[in-house]
Design a protein around this ligand. Structure first.
Ligand code: CA
Length: 234
């Protein structure tokens, strides 16, 4: 970490004062600079004023809800957004709306979990800007449909290839099973969510053969899957 850098500003859009203060305390302890706004209709002005590195955005807000804030923001900005929701079932609906949020956290959460997710999203952004960094452990050639994992060629079925390509295209983004089905089948009315799970299981086994001990595809409870290589250990 570059210690000469100023602390990254994190905009917290949260109308519960206690929760906002708690988040701010934890962010400060993690060397971030929190800015709190309590209304959705103040969020975009705060982005312009404070130029945050990331926005923690509650879904239910006075003035303008989190969905509207995210939509309005995405018209002109790719600022990382972590959405905070009250119910895990809500996340699936939000994914379907394709808001372009970078991650989702469900209440109640531990502040520690929030900090970990904020760090992960910011790190992903840095990796994107810095080009293929150490995170580029999976290489996919869409034309030849060749896949190389950790330097080793991996042979995948067409469905496994489609799954992996969809996930790797957006590291860290959570895909619902329905979204993944959409990407891999032209007509998936007869295909069950369980089928996705079973394809992902096979895909994971092949990835683990090529790169043992590194988790690349993560299950997101109640939602689906996301691709995010864990840092290599040692
Ligand atoms: Ca709220």
């Amino acid at each position: 970490m570059n210690t000469t850098q100023e602390p990254a500003t994190i905009l917290v859009v949260e109308d519960e004062p206690k929760l906002a203060r708690l988040l701010a305390d934890y962010l400060r302890a993690a060397a971030y600079e929190p800015v709190i706004v309590e209304r959705g209709d103040q969020a975009l002005a705060a982005v312009a004023e404070h130029r945050p590195a990331l926005m923690l955005l509650d879904l239910n807000l006075p003035g303008m809800d989190g969905i509207e804030v995210c939509r309005a923001l995405r018209r002109h900005s790719d600022l990382p957004v972590v959405m905070v929701t009250a119910r895990v079932e809500e996340i699936d609906r939000l994914l379907g709306l394709e808001l372009g949020a970078d991650d989702y956290i469900c209440k109640p959460f531990s502040p520690r979990e929030v900090i970990a997710r904020v760090r992960a999203v910011l790190r992903r952004g840095e990796a994107r800007r810095g080009g293929p960094g150490p995170e580029a452990v999976v290489e996919i050639d869409a034309e030849s449909r060749r896949v190389v994992v950790g330097g080793r060629p991996v042979s995948l079925t067409a469905v496994e290839f489609g799954l992996l390509a969809a996930l790797v295209e957006r590291p860290g983004r959570v895909f619902s099973r329905a979204e993944l089905l959409d990407r891999i089948y032209d007509d998936w009315r007869d295909v069950s969510d369980r089928a996705v799970d079973s394809h992902v299981k096979n895909l994971r086994r092949k990835l683990d053969d090529a790169l043992p001990g590194r988790t690349l595809i993560h299950s997101v409870y109640g939602v689906g899957y996301r691709y995010e290589p864990e840092p290599a250990s040692g």
